[in-house]
Every structure is written in C-alpha cells, then in structure tokens.
Design a protein. Structure first.
Length: 253
C-alpha cells in the first residue's frame, strides 16, 4: 500500500487524510508530537508520526498542508527531495514551490473540507506527467478536475475551495429565517440539511436556472422569496465573493 506523507496537521490535512486512509498508509509530519497524537486520534487509525526538523523527504509522496507564509521555514527545516510534491496551499505558485523544495515534480491541488466525507471537488494543475497519479490519489476524496493553468486553479480556489464557507453562511441564514417565523431550531436545522442533501443530487443533473424555474410558479411563495433575495443583492454578492477570493489568492504568491 502506497504511503502518503502529510507535512502539516491542521484541519485540511485531517480532512484529506480521512478520505485517503482506506487506500493509503498515512504518515504525518509536524512541529508538536502532542498535536500529531491528536491528529492520529481524530483520524482513528494508526499513522507514522515525525517531527518536522530534519525530516527526510527523499522518495516520498508529499501532500503539503501548511500556511502559505510558512513554506520557506518548512523547506529549510526538512531534508532531501520528494518524489512528488502535492501542494494544497492557496495562491502559492508552482515557481515558488520549485524554489523552496528544489523539485519540478509538483502538482497544485485545491480540495475542500468535504474531503473527509469523500465528496471534495478537487481541482489540480501542474506537471502534466503527474496528472494520472494526481487524479488517482485525489479521487479517493471525491471528483477531480485537471485544469490547464494556475490562473484557472486560483479561480477554482475561490469557488470550490472557499465555497463550503459561502454555502454554510447561506444554510445558517435560511435556518435562521425559518426560526424567525416561528419554527423550532432543531426542526429548522433538520429541514435545512435535508434541503441541501437533496439539492446536492439535483444540481449534478440540472442547470441551476432550470431548477429555479421548476420550483418558481407564477405569483407563488418561491417567487416572493426569490425576489427578496434579488432585492438583497445575493446574486451580485456571490459574484463579488468569487472575485475577492480570487484576488486574494493571487496576492498570496
């Protein structure tokens, strides 16, 4: 069984590892052994744990899950040249990764937190010779899409990488609206979760506009609520959110 080595033990590393643990052996590298022990406990499977300083990456398949502003320090702390480096760092360019880790076997990947339940939408770009392997690895946590360049990946970061936060905001707001009108909180949350579960399946097969038209009857309840969303600028706010997140990603380089 192939070993995947995570450098970093935060939420994203844990989410991806949860999706990969059934197909791969997991190795994790970090600064604090107590935190590595916690990582192993949350992952609920045995992992090899190593402290960062002096760790030898030679011939290893690395998934880099650290904060973008820490990569120089990380690169100086480890030894060797990895066989393959997968980076999930938002906005950190392949050129920057090459300079730090002295390898051209690099793929940038942008999964999201749904990796932990095998439903991440992961976008990838980088060394084209690694495309097949990259998609084989990340398909363990959900669907993948190989993109043609880093600009497209940065846009995808704003959409799929950050998207769970946007949808969580909408989900919470819809449930709050139901509570405001008198629905019990637990019932509102149960209904909201059922809504998102069913919608997730429908959106795989139908265009959003067709789904909207299929629900919105003339002069009906959906039309009234939809008009309120338009009045509140929800559509333009979503478009602006992608622009702001993409712009932020480009500034992280």
């Amino acid at each position: 069984m192939k070993t995947i080595t995570f450098i970093g033990n935060g939420n994203m590393a844990l989410s991806i590892a949860k999706g990969l643990k059934e197909r791969f052996k997991i190795e994790v590298v970090g600064r604090d052994m107590a935190k590595l022990d916690t990582f192993e406990k949350k992952l609920d499977c045995s992992v090899e744990k190593h402290l960062l300083y002096g760790f030898d990456t030679t011939d290893k398949t690395i998934i880099l899950c650290v904060k973008p502003n820490n990569i120089e320090e990380i690169a100086q702390s480890i030894q060797g040249t990895p066989d393959t480096l997968y980076s999930v760092l938002a906005g950190t360019s392949i050129q920057k990764l090459k300079e730090c880790f002295k390898t051209s076997a690099i793929v940038r990947a942008m999964p999201n937190l749904a990796a932990s339940v095998h439903h991440s939408m992961t976008t990838l770009t980088g060394n084209s010779s690694l495309q097949e392997e990259a998609q084989a690895i990340f398909s363990a946590i959900g669907p993948t899409l190989w993109l043609g360049n880093e600009k497209e990946l940065d846009i995808a970061t704003a959409l799929a990488g950050s998207g769970p936060a946007y949808l969580a905001l909408i989900a919470e707001a819809l449930a709050d609206g139901a509570v405001k009108q008198g629905l019990k909180r637990n019932d509102a949350m149960t209904i909201m979760r059922g809504l998102f579960g069913g919608f997730g399946k429908l959106i795989q097969e139908q265009h959003p506009a067709l789904l909207k038209d299929g629900v919105m009857s003339p002069g009906g309840t959906t039309a009234a609520g939809y008009a309120a969303l338009e009045d509140g600028g929800v559509r333009s706010a979503c478009i602006d959110a992608i622009e702001k997140a993409y712009t932020k990603a480009t500034k992280l380089k």
